[in-house]
Design a protein around this ligand. Structure first.
Ligand SMILES: Nc1ncnc2c1ncn2[C@@H]1O[C@H](COP(=O)(O)OP(=O)(O)OP(=O)(O)O)[C@@H](O)[C@H]1O
Length: 305
């Protein structure tokens, strides 16, 4: 369990994290989402004791990270996969970490196997692809067999196979009862991986929700297709519906139920070829929630969709 309570971090005049409170529970993947500069990395660094909070607290299993005995056996983290000694082999990197943290050498072979690097363990990590570096960083996080794991943007720059591998690994770790906090600015990826979502913008909590709740809260009305769309649009607008042209063709109608739209069309003798009630995609819901909270650009450009 991770508990973040009224956590605040100020860098000079900049407020990176602003009275943020949330909990991350065991047995689930919790997605940590927000546009660039939202404060995700800073929050993770505060949880890991790599920076001190200006005020508030970040606790792991009820205690600050700094007071944990044998911290690698309680908490594992992947923050920056590139932070490696380039001349050292994957095997030596992990052996060195294990030795420094009182972890048996047999565990090194296990985690190398688990992340699929056993075959390249003696190669210099500096020559690894980004995907291999991510796997090595994940192996290091898993080394102490911790209950709590934090991953900062682990899918960044990975190919679809790598993305799928990470997704399955996260799901597997959560199924073992571990507490998983996974940051990303890709809602499309979180939709497939996360059970819960903590959404932040400008250091503040925007939403603490589940994937279905978020989708449900942002119903998008009804898609209507008709060969007499313009006439139907006028009729619906007259009756109080909000009608817009849908980018995919047809009409996007909000503020009216499917039955009411059908009845109106029938009363005016207008044929209807399709009526589909729609939930917003999670991506749309996310963009609406975080609109205007991005650091340098709008979230729409940041997500690349
Ligand atoms: N060491 C630091 N010194 C000064 N400002 C910092 C420092 N670390 C972070 N910040 C600022 O704090 C804010 C939050 O940054 P942070 O990296 O936590 O966001 P993020 O949500 O992880 O973003 P990204 O998705 O870009 O990684 C940003 O405005 C950033 O410039």
């Amino acid at each position: 369990m991770i508990e973040v309570r009224e956590l605040t971090k100020r860098y000079g005049r900049a407020l990176a994290v602003d009275r943020l409170s949330f909990e991350v529970r065991p047995g689930q993947v919790t997605g940590f989402l927000g546009p660039n500069g939202a404060g995700k990395s800073t929050t993770m660094r505060l949880v890991l004791g790599l920076a001190a909070p200006t005020s508030g607290a970040a606790l792991v299993g009820g205690r600050p990270y700094a007071s944990l005995r044998r911290p690698m056996s309680k908490v594992g983290a992947l923050l920056d996969a590139a932070a490696l000694h380039p001349g050292r082999s994957a095997l030596n990197h992990l052996r060195w970490l294990a030795r420094g943290n009182g972890i048996g050498q047999a565990r090194v072979a296990q985690v190398l196997e688990q992340v699929g690097l056993a075959g390249v363990a003696r190669r210099r990590a500096g020559g690894f692809s980004l995907g291999m570096k991510q796997r090595l960083g994940i192996a290091a996080a898993l080394l102490g067999d911790p209950e709590v794991l934090l991953f900062d943007e682990p899918v960044n720059g990975l190919d679809p196979d790598g993305v799928r591998w990470i997704r399955e690994l996260m799901r597997g770790l959560a199924a073992e009862g571990r507490t998983i906090l996974l940051s990303s600015h890709l809602m499309s990826e979180m939709e497939l991986t996360a059970d819960r979502l903590i959404i932040v913008g400008r250091g503040r909590l925007i939403a603490d929700t589940s994937v279905p709740e978020l989708a449900g809260r942002y119903g998008q009305g009804v898609l209507v297709r008709s060969p007499r769309a313009a006439e139907l649009a006028a009729v619906l607008a007259e009756a109080g519906g909000v009608v817009a042209d849908d980018p995919g063709g047809g009409l996007s109608v909000t503020g009216m139920e499917v039955a009411a739209i059908g009845d109106l069309a029938a009363r005016h003798g207008i044929a209807v070829h399709e009526m589909s009630p729609r939930g917003a995609s999670l991506e749309e819901a996310y963009l609406r929630l975080t609109a205007g909270t991005g650091d340098h650009a709008t979230p729409r450009t940041l997500t690349g969709h």
